[in-house]
Design a protein around this ligand. Structure first.
Ligand code: ADP
Length: 262
């Protein structure tokens, strides 16, 4: 049976594990397919926002660093290098498909500061009206704990509320939410639809994520909670082949759907 998804405004979040190879370098093939699909969706009249991780990974690879530094100032400096490189790559790829992109770097105070909130909503809307794809990341270089989202799953849920998205697609290195961590339990089963995020659902997500990723399933579930309560449908799916985005928007039973509370 097909899902009935509204998808005029779509937010797509990709994690580091989807964007990079085991070597830590960018998976350019995947990035290219992802960008082409987003450009195509934009051409078809949809409003699309991309939330992209990867700045620290790209920065490390540009600076030739094999080990992730521990100090905050080092990480912030590397993120600044990587963000610039990452956007330059997105800009080049999207340009090939005739699509303009814009960089949006956010801190959590857009939630609490009324003026900043209003400004960012206006910026998003203006970009989307002009057919430009906003590419969003946390502003790592200035983010201290008080103003930090901490992970891009949470950030993607906030962005979904800011642009009043119909659907949030979180692309990860796993097919969706399983009833227990499939990396530990071979008999874990994929959940196709979650009507309501109960305590039981949250418990299922408690296993740790991969080394490269940041939040694991826990942050994805709390992001789903935030976005669904704003009425947005959320799908967690495997981003290894970004063509799943078409399948998802066509209503095929891909990944796990968390139904928006309308
Ligand atoms: P990303 O970089 O895409 O954000 P993460 O590594 O942060 O990815 O999160 C995905 C990981 O969460 C999975 O690869 C898996 O190891 C882990 N995980 C823990 N519990 C579950 C679960 N119940 N269902 C699916 N994945 C789970």
């Amino acid at each position: 049976m097909k899902r009935n998804l509204k998808s005029d405004t779509v937010v797509i979040k990709v994690g580091t594990s989807t964007l990079t190879y085991e070597t830590g370098k960018l998976n350019l093939k995947r990035l290219d397919v992802l960008s082409r699909i987003i450009a195509d969706l934009q051409n078809s009249g949809k409003r699309v926002v991309l939330v992209s991780s990867g700045a620290i990974g790209v920065g490390m690879s540009k600076l030739g660093l094999a080990v992730r530094p521990q100090s905050v100032k080092e990480k912030q400096a590397i993120a600044a290098v990587g963000q610039c490189e990452l956007m330059s790559i997105y800009d080049r790829i999207f340009s090939e498909y005739g699509t303009i992109v814009a960089q949006i770097l956010l801190t959590k105070d857009v939630l609490t500061n009324k003026e900043r909130h209003e400004n960012i909503v206006n910026t998003f809307n203006t970009l989307l009206e002009k057919g430009i794809v906003p590419i969003v990341n946390e502003n790592d270089s200035i983010s201290i704990d008080e103003i930090k989202f901490g992970d891009n799953d949470t950030l993607s849920a906030l962005v979904s509320t800011l642009v009043d998205a119909d659907t949030l697609i979180i692309l990860s290195d796993i097919d969706g939410l399983y009833n227990k961590n499939p990396r530990e339990f071979s008999d874990a089963c994929l959940l196709h639809t979650v009507e309501e995020i109960t305590d039981e659902i949250e418990k299922m997500a408690s296993g740790a994520g991969t080394l490269k990723g940041t939040g694991g399933m826990i942050t994805k579930i709390s992001a789903a909670k935030m976005a669904t309560s704003a009425g947005c449908d959320v799908i967690i799916a495997n981003g290894s082949d970004p063509h799943v985005i078409y399948e998802i928007l066509d209503g095929n039973q891909i990944g796990t759907l968390f139904k928006g509370r309308k």
